[in-house]
Design a protein. Structure first.
Length: 586
């Protein structure tokens, strides 16, 4: 069962279904959610399924709402001062609903919990914590929706909210394990000091959840499950490269926001369309991790297969031809529109690739791999870069990515040489910090005061794996994940917290008292017996790293890899984060 399904099932079983009153007059409930809860709900539940469970309307807590004093309200909230105050106002300032059933996504701090005392007991019917403080983005991917974490974690000057932030994300990470029914061994990348602090906090949170639910982590092979905390500095190359697999390429090149692809259908009757690219789209799931060259071919095959099955002759695999098929077969409009969307998607990606991204890919791959497509050592990297750096058609963001990639492969350059590179590439000096701020990640960028010792893992030889020349680089996380599954991960640089446990039972806390009011014991959400490897990358996970979770899960059965971060990043987002890393935060 996927992460999305597990979370969706838990929301229905613990929040919505217990309050359903079948057959009674006035049996409908209102579901009120804050921003974070709405993202979680939208990610794993369909609206029609929610309505079938006795919910008459889903409302946004932050917006002005029409009073419905005859209906009971189910509040699904993140326990923040803002959300709790708004809910309190619903019953102290206005008679918004008949009564409240409150479900917090995670443990509610005592000072915030006391705010509920302002509500009359006649209105307060339920108060529970469900421990799902994250958004399931895909079946094996999650996000904490905490973009501020990057700026607090890596810049020592931005320390104002660090302690609160670490507590918060530690709680969120612990709820991922609790939701999956895992009580994993904890590991962390020791080369960045703050990782040790975070893993200790996660350990404390997990022990509390284990005390509350002793069944957590029980089951065949569960003792092998691990949670590994890694900071973004372990691999700054992957977030800079142009990826040629469909999902990564779409988010890098097509300006997709909130996973919505917008395009014009073209032709005589051009229509603006918006399509959600998610796991409800089988064609998207089938193609998202394939190289763009394969996708173009496979989508055309899907069109031919469909037309043959329906007995309609397609003269070509063009968008125009597909439009004609839709007119001939309006009863199959949904399926044909889906194929049409993916033809547009693949076509737009290929167009961008052929208009200059191909040249960038070649140079980036040569720099990252330090060998060219023929296996020859790159001797003069500058010679490769200069044509792109001086080409006005190359975006400034792409030139910045190229320069930073070059510096990383050189393990740092002098400040003087960096200034020359920026001038050569016609990049304003105001953008220099977009590059130098990478030093906050523990990387060697400018080396005037010497180079720090940076441990770099030995990359695996993957000569037997078939790859495209534009996609030779393998994200470092793949080596780490494979080694962890094979029990070969470097124990010095990725130590277990408190040493490698001989048995998970040894870590179990003796106390069985932790918020007993909020959760029925013995609830197991794992629905599988194999071990899990849960990866948390502080500072952003890329789409190519998300792909790795599925690849390794397929190759290393019975292991299942679940990966996530405080945010999901594109290359442009990564560079933007670098640019702002040393800026004051609100």
């Amino acid at each position: 069962m996927s992460l999305k399904q597990i979370v969706g099932q838990k929301l229905f079983k613990e929040v919505i279904q217990p309050l359903k009153k079948p057959g009674k007059a006035g049996s409908w409930n209102v579901l009120v959610v804050d921003r974070q809860a709405m993202k979680m709900l939208s990610a794993c539940c369909k609206m029609h399924d929610i309505l079938e469970e006795g919910i008459t309307i889903v409302e946004d807590l932050a917006k002005s709402r029409e009073p419905l004093p005859s209906l009971e309200a189910i509040y699904l909230l993140t326990p923040t001062k803002e959300s709790i105050q708004r809910m309190v106002d619903d019953f102290t300032i206005r008679r918004q609903y008949k009564c409240a059933h409150i479900f917090f996504t995670e443990a509610c701090p005592d000072d915030l919990f006391k705010m509920l005392g302002k509500i009359s007991s006649k209105y307060l019917k339920t108060c529970k914590e469900i421990n799902i403080a994250f958004t399931p983005y895909e079946s094996q991917v999650y996000t904490l929706d905490s973009p501020d974490t990057f700026f607090l974690y890596f810049n020592n000057a931005n320390q104002g909210g660090l302690a609160v932030n670490l507590e918060r994300i530690a709680e969120q990470i612990a709820t991922i394990c609790a939701t999956l029914g895992e009580y994993p061994a904890l590991r962390y990348r020791s080369d960045f000091d703050r990782n040790g602090e975070l893993v200790q906090l996660v350990n404390q949170k997990l022990d509390k959840y284990k005390a509350d639910d002793p069944s957590m982590g029980e089951g065949a092979e569960k003792a092998r499950s691990q949670l590994i905390i890694i900071d973004r500095g372990f691999d700054a190359v992957t977030p800079l490269l142009h990826e040629c697999t469909l999902q990564a390429m779409c988010h890098d090149l097509l300006g997709i926001e909130n996973d919505i692809y917008r395009y014009e259908t073209g032709g005589g009757e051009s229509v603006d369309k918006e399509v959600l690219l998610d796991e409800n789209d089988e064609l998207w799931v089938e193609n998202r991790h394939k190289h763009i060259a394969v996708v173009s071919h496979d989508v055309s095959k899907s069109m031919k297969k469909f037309s043959d099955a329906k007995g309609v002759k397609a003269d070509s695999n063009s968008i125009k031809d597909l439009s004609m098929m839709i007119k001939k077969m309006p009863q199959f409009q949904k399926e044909l529109n889906n194929i049409s969307t993916h033809l547009h998607l693949a076509g737009e990606c290929m167009k961008q690739y052929q208009q200059g991204v191909d040249k960038l890919c070649k140079v980036e791959q040569d720099l990252a791999m330090q060998v060219d497509a023929e296996g020859e050592r790159v001797k003069d990297a500058m010679k490769l870069m200069v044509p792109l750096l001086i080409d006005p058609a190359v975006r400034q963001e792409d030139r910045l990515r190229l320069i930073l990639l070059y510096i990383l492969t050189k393990n740092g350059i002098t400040d003087e040489n960096l200034n020359k590179l920026l001038q050569h590439a016609n990049i304003p000096m105001a953008e220099k910090e977009s590059i130098t701020n990478a030093g906050f990640l523990g990387l060697n960028i400018t080396t005037d005061s010497g180079r720090k010792k940076v441990w770099v893992p030995t990359r695996k030889e993957r000569a037997n794996e078939q790859v495209y020349q534009s996609s030779r680089w393998v994200p470092v996380i793949k080596d780490i994940v494979e080694d962890a599954c094979d029990d070969k991960l470097d124990a010095k640089h990725f130590p277990f917290l408190n040493g490698k446990p001989s048995s998970q039972a040894a870590r179990a806390p003796t106390s069985a008292r932790y918020g007993q009011w909020h959760k029925e014991r013995g609830q197991q959400a794992a629905f599988r017996s194999g071990p899990r490897l849960i990866i948390f990358i502080v500072g952003g996970v890329t789409y190519s790293e998300m792909r790795v979770a599925y690849e390794v899960s397929k190759d290393k059965k019975p292991w299942e890899v679940v990966i996530g971060s405080d945010q999901i990043i594109t290359p442009d987002q990564f560079v933007s984060n670098m640019r702002d890393l040393n800026k004051p935060r609100d």
